[in-house]
Design a protein around this ligand. Structure first.
Ligand SMILES: C[S@@+](CC[C@H](N)C(=O)[O-])C[C@H]1O[C@@H](n2cnc3c(N)ncnc32)[C@H](O)[C@@H]1O
Length: 253
């Protein structure tokens, strides 16, 4: 599979307003805390990127006793996260080989990053290693196998082929976690609607969605021109769009 160069994406990543939507207290983390009363909790946000998730959770959980950690393989993404957050221990490293002792964390969260891991089995092994017994791993990601009509694939069909190489299905994720001794629950959320193409053209210009960095410039320009053509003919142009997200909660037994 191809990999995204996040040193380039880091400069534009936070310009995408969709990344800041629906960010509220992580109820899965709160449920874990309610069900496992302790004096303090260690939470690692794996592949934390520019720290968007951590920023929101730190303020949501300010009345809880939490130690916050963020790990990422891109120094440029981490530098952006450090600009936002002081009370987080940030580490530069790979999810496949994390710089932590065995059984360090109560909670590991992992948002919109699992498809980037080139050695996914190794990552799951290492998550199992650094989680405490009864600790929880929360994997949240888009579920590309449930969104063949995504607006992005409509204009950039080559992106779907790249994504098939990077993403595991939710069934494979469920099986691989179960095989490692996790008790797993998975939920897929699905939505279909007509959207205005004009609301999405900014994403194309920004080129911060990782799969757009993996397709050839020629394919990117073709899709961009098709979208501009549709909008020139009709600024209100609408397209069918579907979107699916997967949340997987895995407890280490
Ligand atoms: C799409 S971003 C998601 C960032 C953040 N979790 C969010 O929701 O905004 C994917 C992140 O995964 C990181 N990443 C990719 N491969 C990695 C690896 N093997 N180990 C750790 N981080 C990795 C990238 O550097 C990037 O910051």
């Amino acid at each position: 599979m191809k990999t995204t160069d996040f040193s380039k994406v880091a400069q534009v990543y936070d310009r995408n307003p969709f990344r800041f939507e629906k960010l509220e207290m992580d109820m899965d983390v709160r449920n874990f805390i309610n069900n496992h009363p302790k004096s303090t909790y260690k939470l690692l946000d794996l592949a934390c990127g520019t720290g968007i998730y951590l920023q929101h959770q730190l303020s949501s959980f300010k009345n809880y006793n939490m130690d916050w950690y963020g790990l990422d393989a891109s120094q440029d993404m981490l530098d952006k996260a450090k600009e936002k957050l002081e009370d987080v221990v940030f580490n530069h490293g790979r999810a496949e080989n994390m710089p932590y002792e065995d059984e360090t964390f109560d909670i590991i969260t992992n948002y919109y990053a699992f498809h980037h891991f080139t050695e996914k089995e190794k990552v799951l092994d290492d998550i199992h290693r650094v989680l405490k017994k009864n600790g929880v791993y929360k994997l949240h990601n888009i579920n590309i196998y449930g969104m063949k009509n995504w607006w992005l694939y409509h204009y950039f069909p080559a992106a779907l082929l790249e994504d098939y190489k990077r993403f595991w299905t939710h069934e494979v994720i469920f099986r691989e976690l179960s095989l490692r001794g996790f008790e797993v629950k998975t939920e897929c959320i699905y939505q279909m609607e007509h959207i205005k193409a004009a609301d999405y053209i900014g994403h194309i210009e920004n080129r911060d969605i990782s799969v757009l960095t993996l397709i050839a410039d020629e394919e990117y320009n073709q899709g961009f021109n098709r979208m501009k053509y549709d909008l020139k003919r009709n600024p209100e142009h609408k397209i069918l769009n579907d979107f699916s997200e997967m949340v997987c909660i895995a407890e280490k037994k």
